[in-house]
Design a protein around this ligand. Structure first.
Ligand SMILES: [Zn+2]
Length: 218
C-alpha cells in the first residue's frame, strides 16, 4: 500500500502517519531523511545526489524519484509506505506514477487532511506552557483556572513558542496551500484523492483514514 498524506503543519499529519506506521506496518519515507541516508550509503543514486548538494544545486526530480524507487524495493517496505513531503509538484507526481508503474506498484490513496485555516491558526496560536512545570494550556480551549496562575504548580511564568505566533502559522499555511493546490486536481482526476476533516479529534481522523484504507469510506 502506497499512501501520500497531505496536511498543513499543525494539522496532526505526523501523529496520523505514526499511527499508520504502527497499525499497518508501513514505512514513513521523508525526502530529507532519504537524501541523508542515500548520501551516507554511498549508493550510485546517493553519490549523484551528493554531487548536486556539494555544488549547491537543486537535485533533479529524476534523481529523487530514483531514490524513492530504490528505497521502495528494500525489504522493510514490503507492506508499503507513506510518502512524506513528496511529491510537491505535478511534474513530480507524474514522474512518481511512472516510476511506480515500472515497478509494478501503484499509488493507492492520497489522503488530504483538510483544515479551516483560521481555526487552525487559533488552535496553534493559543498554546502556551507553564515555564516551571511544562503543563500545556490554551487561551480558549484549556485556560488556567485562575488567570495567570498554573493549575499544576502555581507558577506565574508562561512560555509561548515563537513558531506558534499567528502570523508565523499563517505564513506556513500559505506556503502549504500554494504548494498543494495544484496537486489536488491532479490526484482528484486520477480518482486517488480522499479528504478527511483534519480539525476533528486525533481518534476521529484516525478512524476516517482507516475507513479509506479499508475501502469502507464513501
Ligand atoms: Zn506549572
Amino acid at each position: 500500500m502506497i499512501l501520500i498524506l497531505l496536511g498543513p503543519p499543525g494539522a496532526g499529519k505526523g501523529t496520523q502517519a505514526q499511527r499508520l506506521v504502527s497499525a499497518h506496518r508501513l514505512v514513513q519515507l521523508s525526502t530529507g531523511d532519504m537524501v541523508r541516508a542515500a548520501i551516507a550509503s554511498g549508493s550510485e543514486v546517493g553519490c549523484q545526489i551528493k554531487t548536486y548538494y556539494d555544488a549547491g544545486k537543486l537535485v533533479p526530480d529524476a534523481l529523487i524519484i530514483a531514490m524513492f524507487g530504490e528505497r521502495l524495493a528494500q525489504p522493510d517496505c514490503v507492506r508499503g509506505a507513506i510518502l512524506d513531503g513528496f511529491p510537491r509538484t505535478v511534474a513530480q507526481a507524474a514522474a512518481l506514477d511512472a516510476m511506480l508503474a515500472e515497478r509494478g506498484l501503484t499509488l493507492d490513496h492520497v489522503i488530504e487532511m483538510t483544515v479551516d485555516d483560521e481555526a487552525l491558526i487559533e488552535r496553534i496560536a493559543g498554546r502556551f506552557t507553564c515555564a516551571a512545570c511544562g503543563t500545556g494550556y490554551h487561551d480558549r480551549f484549556k485556560p488556567t483556572k485562575v488567570s495567570g496562575i498554573c493549575d499544576t504548580c502555581g507558577g506565574m511564568q508562561f512560555n509561548r513558542r515563537a513558531d506558534d505566533k499567528a502570523e508565523t502559522v499563517r505564513a506556513r499555511l500559505e506556503v502549504y496551500n500554494g504548494q498543494t493546490a495544484p496537486l489536488l486536481p491532479y490526484f482528484r482526476a486520477k480518482g486517488k484523492l480522499r479528504s478527511v476533516d483534519g480539525m476533528a479529534s486525533i481518534d476521529t481522523v484516525g478512524r476516517a483514514i482507516n475507513a479509506i484504507l479499508e475501502g469502507h469510506a464513501g
